[in-house]
Design a protein around this ligand. Structure first.
Ligand SMILES: [Fe+2]
Ligand SMILES: [Fe+2]
Length: 235
């Protein structure tokens, strides 16, 4: 791991090399924007799809937490000088993951089970980040809540697969959503990722994270008796 020293405050951040500042800004911006996209296109619309009052209540909680994640990353982004237009989801091209058309409850449960697992890996990578305010956002609230979201998805999927017709719908959602997930980890051999590791902002290469994700996602699917479609990364 790189020995880049801890950067404890926003003031100390502003004394770092420009390259460090730009790298941190990119990561914070990407989290702020992705949390907002996710909340807008998946979590908030899913409240209407939730089949019972209990499921609606939990989905409201998930949506509230995702908007809160966005706000926490956005507050930090503002403090470190990310431009407002770089945080506006109307101006930024989303990952194709967010173009997945959400229409059913089964799809939403799969998105939480597999999509939030991808987010867990991203947040895990920030737990030892050199920029302490970012590390703190990852450690407090964000990580425990992302774990709750992935577990929420898995628990509801486990319930759904008990009924054969619903299991078919869950498998169908997996087949359509899962191929998008590896893109979340970025390109292999990425120059940005190399910088993130040099400055101890991130720990692992994109391709290492992707391989870890694929094996963890496959283990979850297997535990529910679901098949893993071949992803671009695993192919
Ligand atoms: Fe989140
Ligand atoms: Fe989440």
């Amino acid at each position: 791991m790189s020995a880049y020293p801890d950067v404890k405050t926003v003031d100390a951040f502003k004394q770092q090399p420009q390259e460090y500042q730009d790298a941190v800004k990119k990561i914070v911006r990407s989290h702020a924007v992705n949390e907002l996209y996710g909340a807008q296109v998946f979590d908030e619309p899913a409240i209407a799809l939730a089949p019972t009052p209990y499921a609606k209540w939990l989905t409201c909680r998930v949506a509230m937490e995702e908007y809160h994640h966005h706000l926490r990353f956005k507050t930090l982004a503002d403090e470190i000088g990310v431009q407002a237009e770089d945080l506006d989801t109307r101006h930024k091209r989303p990952l194709s993951l967010f173009a997945f058309p959400l229409r059913t409850w089964e799809e939403f449960c799969v998105i939480k089970m597999l999509g939030d697992l991808a987010e867990i890996l991203q947040v895990e990578d920030l737990l030892h980040c050199s920029f302490v305010p970012l590390r703190n956002i990852a450690r407090t609230t964000t990580m425990p809540e992302e774990k709750f979201h992935a577990q929420f998805g898995k628990d509801f999927c486990a319930e759904l697969v008990q009924a054969p017709a619903r299991k078919v719908a869950v498998q169908d959602a997996v087949n359509r959503f899962y191929p998008y997930a590896p893109e979340f980890f970025g390109a292999a051999g990425s120059r940005n990722n190399e910088l993130y590791r040099t400055y101890r902002i991130k720990q692992r290469k994109n391709e290492e994270m992707r391989a870890d994700y694929v094996s963890r996602a496959q283990a979850v699917l297997q535990s529910l008796g679901l098949e893993s479609p071949v992803t671009a990364a695993a192919a």
